[in-house]
Design a protein around this ligand. Structure first.
Ligand code: UDP
Ligand code: LCN
Length: 697
């Protein structure tokens, strides 16, 4: 296939560029069952099993892949003396018979030499038993591949040691950053993800019998004007890890100097290409070579991950968290109206590039991909769309693509644990929390007070963005007499003083909060606390709210996942959360919590009021909902489950991407043309002025 045939058409009705990424996936198999969406790994394993099944030589790609495995040049699993599939089968058989005769826990070192005589290298296992299982698993795959053995084998292949994660915008740090503009759950997610993945990597490497130190680097932006955070520090170890670091690389302005101030995620595009080059050089230096897996986060991180992984030839994973296209209604069709403020032309183009270059896409829920009966999913939104006069995507990304995989995040259970675990409770923080919730006077940190301390508290915590709808919650509360009778309202959100904010949406929301508090005369029933950055104390805060037999309310107009929802549930706090997005899947309505419709405030307010009414009538009801919420968390939302899945994706897709090389090369070539002609052009015509600006809101 030639690259130039790939820009297929211009839409008839306007002069938009027509793009059909689907036409480039001719031999990529696609799922057909909606129920399979998000189970890419399973599908890929099934497909590979059937594809590698027909003739013995069909196994050659697997042999070739195994021959590439190495750590810093030292061969792993097999060496070059095994150059045919039948030689590999013989070696596996001989080795399996041999290790079967050894005591189970015989260390690998004791028989390493025998393995080498058969062309086998380190990586099969740390003892005789583990080696036997891995050898047998591959023998089964070579004899008659089946998806179960295929998945098991790839979960054991030593292919991942060094991982790079890109998360560029906002203030990426470990202290004093949450709640700052553009800085929310993504940062929490990534830091927890790093800890979980390091732990899983260490366990796998040990079981593989290797003595390798894994490294994880989180690449973000170095911001010299760091506002009291550590965002001006180049290298910072990730807390509670041994081998993971945050590496910060500055943006450069036109004159080559480091850009000093924070840049909104909507204005970030002109800096990314240079950033990718600078980051790439630093990564190669620190890791002393290429990483084995690159994972991007959000539009900017994913675009840079695409550039760096294409350049280095490394497997790429994509995580969106929450893309703007889904949040702003008709943002594609009305892109022109919004472009000045949001630069969606650049963003949607970057998203399409990243989704298509990526080898696999990690989502937190099914609905993030395919939505629900009522609403399209985040990725479904990107299937086909038009930005009139600019670009028409006939196929942007297809949700039946096997690159989609669900791996839901968890919440750090050392911080978010149930309020009932009395011996673990952080009682020394109680005086501070008491002051935060109940002190009478307004301060720099809070506004309003709770006159009647005997009432339960309904609590919410989020960035003060429009989409989070904290002002919506205040309005529902203000309007609902019953609710006001039953409970007090506490919200932790943003800044309290509009003149201190630089974020345009936050400024609007701050002003609205003040006017709602006045309009409904809420002082005495509401406490508005500014953004809280201490996660440990926040964990205890959720539990103190649970002590009042209160509830957590997440009223967002749309929430991609909703970490606060699982944090609250982990603490045993009954939770009401938006039915728009991830929470609709996390909570089973009426069992492990409740759904609320953010478009219908009076219905939502009544539902919450009825819950508290029922709790008064049936004293066991509150505990029942609390316990069911916890059970749901333990079954589905933990970091351990997440890390196992993601590392399995990394190793399986590393092989998957070596199949169909020609077609992939053609797509890569097309994507490069698209990047060069379309994306670069958009950035330079719409945004280059930013490079010269000192500060932009
Ligand atoms: N958070 C916080 N302080 C605040 C606001 C939020 O610590 O003032 C934390 C919250 O506990 C959660 C994260 O920031 O861990 C927000 O994640 P979520 O997924 O709820 O929303 P996002 O901000 O990513 O849209
Ligand atoms: C961004 C969001 O908006 C949230 O819904 C997610 O929970 C968070 O990222 C982590 O994925």
């Amino acid at each position: 296939m030639k690259c130039f045939v790939l820009v297929r058409f211009r839409a008839k009705d306007d002069n938009s560029l027509g793009v059909d990424f689907g036409s480039l996936d001719l031999s990529t198999p696609h799922m057909t069952l909606p129920s399979s969406i998000g189970n890419g790994l399973q599908f890929v394993s099934k497909f590979m099993s059937s594809k590698l099944n027909d003739k013995p030589e069909s196994m050659k790609p697997l042999l070739d892949y195994l021959l590439t495995l190495n750590y810093r040049g030292e061969k792993l699993m097999i060496n070059d003396t095994i150059d045919t599939v039948s030689k590999l089968q013989t070696a596996l058989l001989l080795a399996e018979v041999f290790v079967s005769g050894l005591p189970k826990y015989t260390p690998y070192l004791k028989f390493e030499q025998r393995f080498q005589e058969w062309g086998l290298e380190k990586g099969w296992g740390d003892n005789a038993e583990r080696c036997k299982e891995t050898l047998n698993c591959l023998s089964e795959v070579l004899q008659a591949p089946d998806p179960t053995n295929m998945q098991k084998f790839f979960s054991r292949v030593p292919s991942i040691f060094n991982i790079v994660i890109f998360s560029i915008h906002g203030y990426f740090g470990q202290e004093k950053v949450l709640g700052l503009p553009d800085t929310g759950g993504q940062v929490v997610y990534i830091l927890d993800q790093v800890r979980a993945m390091e732990e899983e990597l260490l366990q796998r490497i040990k079981q593989q019998g290797l003595h390798v130190t894994p490294k994880i680097l989180v690449l973000t932006r170095l911001i010299p004007d760091a506002k009291g955070t550590k965002c001006n520090v180049e290298l910072e170890p990730v807390q509670n890890t041994k081998h993971s670091n945050i590496l910060r690389v500055p943006f450069k302005s036109q004159d080559g100097k480091d850009l000093r101030q924070w840049v909104s995620r909507f204005d970030i595009y002109p800096y990314l290409e240079r950033y990718a080059q600078d980051a790439s050089a630093k990564i190669l230096d620190i890791l002393e070579g290429k990483p084995d897996l690159i994972i991007g986060n959000y539009t900017d991180g994913n675009l840079v991950a695409s550039l760096v992984s294409s350049k280095l030839g490394v497997t790429q994973g994509t995580i969106a968290h929450a893309l703007e296209k889904t949040k702003y209604e008709d943002s594609d069709v009305k892109w022109r109206e919004m472009d000045q403020k949001y630069h969606f032309s650049c963003q949607f183009t970057a998203d399409m590039i990243a989704m298509n270059t990526s080898d696999f896409i990690i989502t937190s829920t099914y609905q993030e991909i395919a939505g629900s009966k009522e609403k399209p999913g985040q990725y479904e939104h990107h299937y086909a769309f038009t930005m009139p006069g600019l670009c028409r995507f006939a196929t942007g990304i297809n949700v039946f693509d096997p690159k989609f995989n669900i791996a839901a995040p968890g919440a750090d259970q050392s911080i978010y644990f149930p309020f009932t675990q009395k011996q673990k409770r952080l009682t020394d923080l109680h005086p501070q929390i008491e002051e935060l919730l109940y002190s009478k006077e307004d301060s720099d940190e809070h506004i309003g007070h709770l006159a009647d301390r005997n009432k339960p508290i309904i609590f919410s915590m989020a960035r003060l963005d429009k989409v989070k709808n904290i002002t919506g919650l205040v309005e529902w509360y203000g309007q609902n007499k019953k609710l006001r009778e039953h409970v007090n309202l506490v919200v932790v959100a943003g800044l309290l003083d509009a003149s201190q904010s630089k974020d345009r949406e936050e400024i609007e929301e701050i002003n609205k909060m003040h006017s709602l508090i006045d309009r409904f005369q809420l002082k005495g029933q509401i406490r508005w606390i500014k953004a809280q950055t201490d996660r440990v104390r926040n964990g205890e805060l959720y539990r103190c709210i649970a002590d009042t037999k209160g509830a957590f309310v997440q009223p967002a107009l749309y929430e991609a996942f909703g970490l606060t929802v699982i944090e609250a549930m982990n603490c045993g706090l009954p939770t009401f959360a938006t039915d728009q997005g991830g929470p609709a899947e996390i909570i089973m309505d009426g069992v492990s919590g409740f759904h609320i419709n953010p478009m219908n405030g009076s219905e939502a307010g009544t539902k919450i009021a009825e819950f508290f009414n029922k709790c008064k009538e049936d004293t066991s009801y509150w505990n029942k909902v609390s316990t069911a919420g916890l059970q749901r968390i333990y079954e589905c939302y933990t970091w351990k489950i997440y890390a196992t899945r993601v590392l399995n994706m990394g190793s399986t897709y590393a092989f998957w991407r070596t199949l169909n090389k020609e077609e992939r090369q053609a797509k890569k070539c097309y994507l490069q043309i698209f990047y060069n002609l379309q994306f670069r052009n958009l950035v330079s015509t719409r945004l280059n002025n930013i490079l010269h600006c000192k500060q932009r809101i």
